[in-house]
Structures are given as structure tokens and as C-alpha cells.
Design a protein around this ligand. Structure first.
Ligand code: NAG
Ligand code: NAG
Ligand code: NAG
Ligand code: NAG
Ligand code: NAG
Length: 412
């Protein structure tokens, strides 16, 4: 309870003003040549399968197979906390086939999420999601899965519901969302007194909205990407170093992926250097792709598929490159810690891992609310960014459970 009290206290002291801004990536991505991300993967068929199957098993590489109910151990009746905008059936979605798929890793089986074991493993711990509304989407899936085991106390929520804490009293488990659009410090430019949609990012300063809480967090699940698809000015040491989606002739142009890489680098470096977070486990939740077709979010793009793609023919290499940049940054910080010599396998300490959802979700254009987000504000717009609950996003908690039950999935 001490941690919870501290977190509550800090939360109440925090005043943040959030502009209402809906998270949609305009997806102005150039269409790159299509390429299978596995293209360079060599198949060594001549090697006999290792008896220690797990060591060969890449949980994140596989395909979707038909299975009634998929990974969603709940319905819109048994879970009372599904946000209206993700409650696709309530908003009129009628097709249900998208629920009946389960992820099958190539070389092993992915165990099903088990709320009892999950809460047992995390007894006394504080798990925090750090990121944007897709991080919240993930958390909402976890809440539904856990609510089948224990209904938590709604312990704290700020007026914007950007920071929210739940407490599972029977298991002394605390679940937190710490909202951060960019992971680093970002401000929206005001032009003539109104919001401009243009942001200034200070890539050498992590966002205090999450950083200040790190010492009381045991598990941090870090994600982000969608907010970077807009005009952004990048600052370092108080100097303007470049911009994304801008036309200033004298400012160095950066690609969105480069900006995302810089922000994750800052975040992971901060974590690796945090002296009060010695037992922190940090998981990178990789890029969650959107699936707008025939337009972007604000030009009539939609997503009305009703079953998954069964291959990755449609995959944009750009999205895979984004994911790989995020992974590269967490691997980089791990290498730095190794070089510093303060890493010892047997010793407790900071750990890093990857919750690599990108490949699986690239195939799930059918899992978004699309026209069924029930959001009056968004009439005429389709939500092809977030995921229906229940829905394929529930897989992310199967992955989380697998990582928590088996440290060998952590890279440090
Ligand atoms: C659940 O979904 C059904 C449609 O499948 C809908 O009629 C009902 O209102 C939903 N219930 C809740 C509690 O959201
Ligand atoms: C701001 O307001 C001034 C004066 O009303 C106007 O000339 C200028 O174009 C405005 N700037 C922008 C970016 O809208
Ligand atoms: C760009 O740089 C040139 C040379 O330093 C300068 O003359 C020009 O005014 C600058 N343009 C802008 C838009 O700042
Ligand atoms: C996009 O347009 C193509 C051709 O006009 C059509 O076949 C397809 O169904 C459309 N996709 C969606 C999601 O509406
Ligand atoms: C998909 O949805 C869009 C927008 O709601 C609609 O115009 C289009 O006809 C739909 N396409 C299919 C194939 O149903």
C-alpha cells in the first residue's frame, strides 16, 4: 500500500493540461515497396529441432489460426469496463469472425492468459503502461481479462483520465497508466492563441509525466509512435536540430522513424541510468500498425475487413522499419549496460524485454473499431488505429503473461 499512497500523492500534485486531440496517425507515409519482413530469414531445415524447444521459439513469429473466442476470455457482458469507443458490438458491429482467431507461434505454443497466475506473479507489484491511447487500449484489455478474477478498486484518476490507477486489493497489485504522447518532453505550439497541431519536442529531456514515477514502478511497458506523424520541431540542448513534416528551408528534415528512434533512445537511456530503479523490468511494446485503406483517417480511409490476412504480403516495409528501430534502441541500451560491466545474469537488476506485437497485428486489419467507435465527435471518421475489445489486442496479454512467467524471454 505504501507505493500506492506515494503514487496517489504524486498524482494529486500533478497538474497537467491536455488538449483534446484524438490520436490518429494521418499516415502520410510514402508507399514503400512491399517486402516480407522475413525475407532475409534463413530456414535451416537441416538442423534437428532443439529438445529445448523454448530456446528456439520466437513467440512473435507465427500465424493466426481459427479458434473460437481467440485470446479474449471475456465478452462485452462479463467485462464492465470496456470503453464505449472500443465496445464495437455495442456500437453496431455485427460480424464476429474477427474474435475467432488465436496466434500460433511457429515453433511452440503460446499459453493462454491466466488471471490467477498473473495476479500471483505480480503480487505486491506496480505495473505501469507508459504511452498513448493505444497503451490505454492494451491496459483496458488487461483490465477485462483480470476482472474475471478480481474487480479492482478504481484508486485514482485525473480529470482527463490520462493518469489512472487501479488497485487489486486481494493481490496487492497496482496497475497504472501514465500517459505520454512522445515519451520525451513535448509542447504544442500555440499560434495566435490557438493550438496549431505542431509540436516542439525536447529529445534530450524525458517526459516527467512518467519519469518521476519510475522509482516506484516494478514493470514498465513502454510504447508510442502515432503522435509522431505530424509536424514536429526537434530540439536538443535547447537548440533546434531539425523537423519532421515541415517545409522550413533552413531546418534539417528528419523522418518520423528517426524522431521516434531519438525519443526511445532518450527514454531507455534515462531508465538505464536511473539509480533508484534497480529492479525495474522494462518492456518495449512495439509499433501497433493502423490499417486505413482508400484514404487516411481524415480523408475517408476505412478498415472494414472481417478476417485476418493470412500472410504478410501486404506489409509495408516502413512499418517494419519503425518497429525495428524501436527494438534496436532497447538492444542498444542493453549493450551499453553490458559494456559498463554492471550486468550479471545472476544478479538482480534492470531487465529489458520486447513485447513484439507488430508482426501479428499487421495481419489484423479486421480488429479495429473502424466505423463502430461510437464516437459522435468522429462521425464520418473511421478508427483504424485502436482495437475492439474483445478483439485481437487481447493477444498482447498472452504475450505479457508468457514474458512474466519466463525470464528467458527477456533480453537482459
Ligand atoms: C454487447 O453486445 C451486444 C451486441 O452483440 C449489444 O446489443 C449489447 O448492448 C452489448 N452489451 C454491453 C453491456 O455493452
Ligand atoms: C496571426 O495573426 C496575425 C494578425 O492577426 C496575422 O497577420 C497572422 O497571419 C496570423 N498568423 C497565423 C500563423 O495565423
Ligand atoms: C536561411 O538561411 C539563409 C542563409 O543563412 C538566410 O539568408 C535565410 O534568411 C534563411 N531563411 C529562413 C527562412 O530562415
Ligand atoms: C478500396 O477501394 C477498392 C477499389 O475501389 C475496393 O475494392 C476496396 O473494397 C476498398 N476498400 C475498403 C476498405 O473500402
Ligand atoms: C467500407 O467502408 C466504407 C466507409 O464506411 C464504405 O464506403 C465502403 O463501401 C466499405 N467497403 C466495403 C468493401 O464494405
Amino acid at each position: 500500500m505504501g507505493k500506492l499512497a506515494a503514487l496517489l500523492f504524486c498524482s494529486l500534485a500533478l497538474t497537467t493540461i491536455f488538449s483534446f486531440c484524438i490520436l490518429y496517425s494521418p499516415n502520410p507515409l510514402k508507399k514503400f515497396t512491399k517486402r516480407d519482413p522475413d525475407h532475409h530469414h534463413q530456414k535451416h531445415n537441416f538442423i534437428k529441432p532443439d529438445p529445448k524447444e523454448k530456446e528456439n521459439c520466437d513467440l512473435f513469429k507465427g500465424h493466426w489460426v481459427g479458434e473460437v473466442g481467440g485470446s479474449s476470455g471475456y465478452t462485452n457482458f462479463s467485462c464492465g469496463t470496456i470503453p464505449r469507443s472500443k465496445n464495437c458490438f455495442r456500437n453496431g458491429r455485427e460480424d464476429t469472425e474477427f474474435l475467432n482467431w488465436r496466434w500460433k507461434p511457429e515453433k511452440c505454443d503460446l499459453p493462454r492468459f491466466n488471471g490467477k497466475s498473473f495476479l500471483r506473479i505480480l503480487r505486491g507489484k506496480n505495473l505501469a503502461f507508459i504511452g498513448d491511447s493505444v497503451a490505454r487500449n492494451h491496459l483496458d484489455s488487461l483490465l477485462c481479462l483480470l476482472s474475471q478474477e478480481e474487480i479492482p478498486i478504481d484508486a485514482y484518476k485525473d480529470p482527463e483520465d490520462r493518469q489512472h490507477i487501479w488497485y487489486f486489493a486481494n493481490h496487492d497489485f497496482t496497475l497504472t497508466i501514465l500517459w505520454s504522447k512522445f515519451l520525451v518532453h513535448g509542447n504544442e505550439k500555440m499560434i495566435n492563441g490557438s493550438s496549431s497541431g505542431i509540436f516542439d519536442l525536447h529529445i534530450d529531456k524525458v517526459d516527467d509525466k512518467w519519469a518521476r514515477y519510475l522509482p516506484i514502478i516494478d514493470y514498465a511497458i513502454i510504447s508510442n509512435a502515432h503522435w509522431f506523424f505530424r509536424p514536429i520541431y526537434l530540439h536538443k540542448n535547447a537548440n533546434l536540430i531539425g523537423c519532421v513534416y515541415c517545409n522550413d528551408p533552413n531546418v534539417t528534415k528528419f523522418d518520423v522513424i528517426e524522431a521516434i528512434g531519438m525519443s526511445f533512445r532518450s527514454a531507455f537511456e534515462y531508465i538505464s541510468q536511473c539509480t533508484k530503479c534497480n529492479n525495474l523490468v522494462t518492456l518495449l511494446r512495439t509499433f501497433s500498425p493502423s490499417h486505413f485503406e482508400n484514404g487516411s483517417w481524415n480523408t475517408g480511409g476505412s478498415c472494414n475487413k472481417t478476417s485476418p490476412y493470412n500472410d504478410l504480403d501486404h506489409v509495408e516495409s516502413y512499418e517494419w522499419e519503425l518497429r525495428s528501430t524501436q527494438v534496436k534502441e532497447i538492444e542498444r541500451v542493453r549493450r551499453l549496460l553490458l559494456l559498463k560491466g554492471n550486468y550479471n545474469k545472476k544478479q538482480l537488476g534492470k531487465k529489458f524485454g520486447v513485447l513484439d506485437v507488430t508482426r501479428a497485428m499487421l495481419m489484423r486489419a479486421d480488429g479495429h473499431p473502424g466505423a463502430y467507435s461510437g464516437n459522435k465527435w468522429m462521425k464520418g471518421y473511421n478508427d483504424c488505429v485502436h482495437w475492439c475489445l474483445p478483439g485481437p489486442i487481447d493477444l498482447w496479454n498472452d504475450f505479457l503473461m508468457a514474458i512474466l512467467t519466463d525470464w528467458s524471454y527477456l533480453i537482459l
